[in-house]
Design a protein. Sequence first.
Length: 95
Amino acid sequence: MSKQPDDPRWPPSDDVDFDSVLNRLMELKRRYIPEHTARDVSDPLIQILMLIAAMGQHALQRANSALKQLSPKTATSRRALVALLEVVNRPLAPA
């Protein structure tokens, strides 16, 4: 999988961190708002982009965590497996 700036699958969900999301947002800012040249952290637009990057990273981590809990091979808690069985309408039976 290529990491092209225009690739709609970017960023890959396995290795998303705050810096990669923020860098991508900064690339988009430079492309679509070239007249905005401020790079200081105190700039309101940069603060908004940092907030969006933090929220995006958190949302992707939560989604990845939820997806991992859906597989019996990667689930980390009994509660997640019981919830999965309830979703597919299979009661948990004693062994």
